[in-house]
Design a protein around this ligand. Structure first.
Ligand code: CA
Length: 440
């Protein structure tokens, strides 16, 4: 199966919207994208509700529902999107997601008779604030970049970087969802126990090795019943969409606490997602072949399918930038720290879904997976400071003369993502950003 079978008229790169800002080159939110968020007017007492991004505007789905210009499944989907949390809509499955996407695509296309009505349902993105798009019941963090796993493994275990299970099992751990917040939520530097390699005893205090992790967040739509695994052939049908995800990490706390049960307080103090979920359907043109090096173990049959081979990878460019406090005071633009691509992931989203449920574990609408830090094959494609600064031994120089080994108070980290391919529109993910506040 090629991904052309996943394409429909909503992906047509020639489509233009009557919302002119959506037609500007390199706009993240052209009419081919149509991602979902939960929003309200900034500092207002309005309720949060679902919205779709178009150009520099948000289409208010509660207002569109109230217009009553759609019918059937589209109106049912709009009603679910009128709520502050999109779990109900996400649980409805592909048929409803697709029906709404098609209706909104047509209604927002140049020449649509609905322009005169929908124009009153637009809110400028500049004037809104976002909430988490859904209730995230459970959060699982995977570890799908072999480049990240190898280079981090070297720092924690120089003689044994990649543990023998890595090439067989899509490794993950159950994370904490309560501390996941939406872009713009600043947080305090965590405190905890750390132990320097040369110290005889641990000490307590603010984290000294605060890091970001460049990840992709995967949102589950319709889940599965307990005891009923999701076959890999159907795994993609359960994925509502994808966002950008910064899984902040306290490396010094992690180094002391992680054995033998894995990360705990080094990960649960803050994680930040971009407000917009780019849907699986919008991502169809950028799905690409997935391969496994013939020298490596091939996936077990439950993690293998023709469809996963043909289109299991996603060509998604990822970028990390930093704006330090000094840079912001001097009104200097953020600078890039690194760039990588989700297509270099060792495991696919479908394999994550199937592996997660193979023991019968049930996923629910709104559950989120972190992909694990996405580092590419080259050193400059590292998705964390731990890798970029070689565990703090090689400071990174910034253009204003500052240096960094790990993050300092006042640093603002920005992540962006976009998909681009010949014969398809360029679509973007917006950004996820947060600033580190001093420890209390
Ligand atoms: Ca992580």
């Amino acid at each position: 199966m090629s991904n052309t079978s996943l394409l429909n008229e909503t992906h047509n790169p020639a489509l233009r919207s009557w919302v002119e800002s959506a037609n500007v080159e390199n706009c993240d939110f052209p009419i081919q994208n149509l991602p979902f968020a939960s929003f309200k007017t900034k500092a207002s007492d309005e309720e949060f509700r679902g919205g779709v991004a178009i150009g520099n505007q948000v289409l208010d789905l509660q207002a569109v529902f109230a217009l009553n210009v759609f019918e059937g499944d589209v109106q049912v989907a709009l009603e679910a999107c009128s709520k502050a949390q999109l779990n109900d809509f996400m649980s409805m499955g592909k048929h409803f997601w697709s029906a709404l996407r098609q209706a909104l695509s047509q209604a927002l296309t140049q020449g649509s008779a609905l322009e005169v009505k929908l124009i009153d349902c637009l809110v400028a993105q500049d004037s809104v604030e976002y909430a988490l798009p859904c209730h995230i019941g459970d959060y699982t963090d995977f570890y799908t970049s072999i480049h990240h796993a190898t280079s981090v493994g070297k720092k924690f275990r120089p003689d044994n970087p990649l543990l023998p299970n890595y090439k067989w099992v899509p490794i993950g751990y159950h994370g904490r969802s309560s501390s996941i917040e939406v872009s713009g939520s600043d947080f305090k530097r965590p405190k905890g126990q750390t132990k320097a390699p040369t110290a005889t005893e641990p000490s307590f205090g603010p984290c000294k090795r605060l890091d970001y992790e460049l990840e992709v967040g995967v949102f589950i739509g319709n889940g599965n019943d307990l005891g009923e695994p999701i076959n890999i052939e159907h795994a993609d049908d359960h994925v509502f969409g994808i966002c950008l995800f910064n899984d902040w990490s306290a490396r010094d706390i992690q180094g002391w606490e992680y054995q033998p049960l894995g990360p705990f307080l080094s990960k649960s103090f803050a994680s930040t997602i971009s407000p917009w979920i780019v849907t699986s359907e919008a991502l169809a043109p950028y799905k690409t072949a997935w391969t496994r090096d013939l020298a490596d173990p091939q996936p077990m049959p439950y993690l293998e399918s023709q469809q996963n081979r043909a289109q299991g990878s996603l060509d998604l460019n990822l970028q990390v930038l930093i704006a330090t406090e000094a840079m912001r005071k001097a009104e200097q633009a953020a600078v890039q720290l690194s760039q990588s691509n989700f297509k270099d992931s060792y495991w696919t989203v479908a394999q994550m879904v199937t592996h997660h449920t193979v023991n019968g574990c049930n996923l629910r609408a709104g559950d989120m997976f972190g992909s694990g830090t996405q580092s590419g094959p080259n050193p400059e494609e590292a998705g964390s400071m731990l890798e970029l600064s070689n565990a703090g031994s090689e400071p990174i120089s910034l253009p204003n003369g500052e240096t960094r080994t790990f993050l300092e108070d006042g640093d603002c980290v920005i992540m962006t993502g976009w998909c681009k391919k010949d014969g398809a529109a360029r679509i973007g993910f917006g950004e996820v950003t947060a600033t580190i506040l001093p420890a209390s």
